[in-house]
Design a protein around this ligand. Sequence first.
Ligand SMILES: [Zn+2]
Length: 700
Amino acid sequence: MIWTKSRESGYARLPFSMRVFRFLVVLLIFEVCLAAQAPRVPRKPAVTPVDSTHPNIILITLDTTRADRMGFLGSKRGLTPNLDAMARQGVAFTRAYAHVPITTASHTTILTGTYPQFNRVNDFGIPLSARLPYLPDLLRAQGYHTGAFVGSLILDPLDGTAPGFDRGFEVYDAGFHLRRHGMDRYKSVERRADDVVNHALAWLSQLPNGPFFLWVHLYDAHDPYDPPAPFRARFAAQPYDGEIAYADSAVGKLLDEIRKHGLYDETLIAVMADHGESLGAHGENTHGIFLYDETLHVPLLFKLPASHAAGKRVDARVRLVDVAPTILQEAGLPVPKEMQGESLSAMMRMRPKVGPHGGGATETGAVETGAAEGDRSAYAETDYPHRAFGWSSLRALRSGKYLYIRAPERELYNQSLDPEAAHNLAGGAKAVADTIASQLDDFRSRTSQTLVELAQPDAEQIQKLQALGYVGSSAGAARDGEKLIGVDPKTKIEVSNLLHDAMFDVEDARYQEAIPLLKRVLAEEPNMPVANMQYGMAQARLKNYAEAIPPLQKASQLLPDNGMGRYELGLALFETGDWKGAAPQFEAAVARAPKWADAQFSLAAVYARIDRVPEAMEHLDTCLGLSPDHYRANLLRGRLLSLLGRALDALPNLQTAAAVEPDSREAHLFLADAYGQLGRSAEEAAERARAEKAKAPAAR
Ligand SMILES: [Zn+2]
C-alpha cells in the first residue's frame, strides 16, 4: 500500500494510469466481497382489501424437496405439519413432475409456463429473455404489487447467475455474494428460510392497497444439509429431513402471519419444489444429472381462495409448466398463447368421484379422484451433463405407464411396476422404446421450433456477443443432436459426485481441500469445462495465478457463453497485470449479465487502467445505479475524479465509500486528498487522523 502511506511517497508523481493501477490491485483483492445484507425486522402486515376477481397470490418454491418427504403425499416421517394442514384446505397433486433438475432452469419453467427447450434457460447464468411471458411481469401489468424473496445466490439477478429474473418485480430481495474464508454461509451465498420469510413479511407490512404477488423461495433443503436448532438435534441422523422440517416451519410462520391479518382465506397459494434430490439413488448424490423420479417427482399444492376444493387430491400426472397458466386462470387473467403449459383449474374443480366404499376419504382426510385419469405426458431434460462435464445431455418422456430416457444407452421403465426405475426394458421392448422415442422427438420439434425467435437475443445483441467471442446464435442454441453424444452420464456418475464435493469445497473457500479432488477429476476428464473452471478458481483464490489461468482459459474456450467463467478468467488475468487480456473477459461477463454490479465494476477498473477513463466512468455509473453502496465503485469513482482534479465532484463517492467501510484506510486517505485539493485543511486533517486509526484492509 505504498501510495497510501503519505503524499510524500512519490505516488502522486506517478503517471495517472500507474497510480490507478496500483490502487486497483488492492481493490480487486476484495472482488468477491460485498457487504452482507443487514437483517430487517418484520412489521405486522397491513390488512389489504382483496378484490375478489384478482386474489392475492403467494408462490412458495421449496428447493430440492422430494415429494416422498411430504406428509400430505403419504410420508410417515412427520416433517411437514404446516404443509399438510394447507393440503387439507387445498388441492394436492400426487404426481407432479419438474422438467429439469436445475434450480434456475426449473424456476424459469415455473415462472414462464414454457419448456426449457423453448425458453433456453438450461443453466445458471443464461439470461431470461425479456420476450418470454413471465408471471410477475404479467401480474405487475395488471396492477399487482410484486415481490420476490429468494434464499440463494443462484437466483440473484444481480450477480450473474439469474440475469433477467427481476423483470416485473417491484422488489427482488436477494443481495448475495460469494463466500470468502471465514464468512458465514448464511450471510453470503444463501440464507435461512426464517430470514427469507421475515423479509417477505416486512415487505407485506408496508404494501399499499391492491392485490399482491409474493414469491418466496426457500433454499434450505439444498445441500449442505445443515438445519438450525432445534431441527439439527432432532434430525441429527437425517439432516436432509431436518431441512425440510425447518422449511415447513418457516412456511407455517408465513401462513400464520397471513392468517392473523385476515388474508389467508382469500389468497391463492401455490407450493411446489423446483426439483428433488437423489440421495444416492442410481448412484447420484444430489441432483442435476439424472432424470429419475427422485429428482423430478415434486410436491405440488394449491390452496384456492375460500379454500375451494378443500382436501382434494389429483392423481393424474401433471407438470410444473402448468403452474403459471393455472395461477393466471385462477386470478381471472388471460393466459398468453406463448405459454406451453395447460391450466390445472378444471382438474382442481372437477367433482370428486365417489370411491368404492362410498366416502372415498383417505387416512389424511383427503378425497380420492379417479386414479391416473387425465395423465399428461411429462417431458424432462438436463443439459447440465453436457455443459458442465462435456458428456451427453439427457432427455426423458413420461408417457402412459412408461418412463423413457434418451441417453447414449437408452432406458425404458414401466413406472407402474418399477417405480424405482431399476429394470431397464429398452433392450427387450424395442417397439415400445421406439414409439416413445418418436413421441419425444415429435414433442421437442413442436415445442422448441415454433417460437424460437422469442428466446433469441436481438440482432444487435447477437453482434455484440459474437464480437466478444461468444459462439454465434445458431451454434449457441446448439442442435440437440450435438448435445446427445459422448459419455453416457450413468457410466461416470461417481465422477460427478466427486466434482460436486470439490465444488462445495470451493464455494466454502476450502481451496486446499478442493484442489486434490479436482486434480483427480481432471486426470480422468481433462476437457471437463466445470472442473477446469473450478480448479482455476481455487488456484486463483490461493493467488497461484500461473496455475489458475490455463484451466480458466480452457474452461472459457469450452464454454464461451458462461459469463461467470469469463469473469473468473478476467480476474486472474488482471491480477497478473494482463489488463488488456482481462478487458474482453469482463466485457463478455457484462454482456451476458448487464445487471451484475461486480462485473460492471471490474470492467470499469480495467478500463481505468488502460486509459479508457470515460468508459470506466460509464461502467462505474452503471454499477452504482445497480448498487449505490458498492464500496469499491464509490472508492474508484471518487479517486478517479480526484485524480482528474475534480475534487468537489469526488467527495460524495468518497464519503459513501467511507460510510460503507468506516475502517477503510483508502477511503479516508482519498477523502483527505480531496479535501486537501479543495484547501479544506481542517477536514483534511480529520480524515488523515481517521486513516491512521483505520485498520489496514488486509487485516479486515
Ligand atoms: Zn433447486
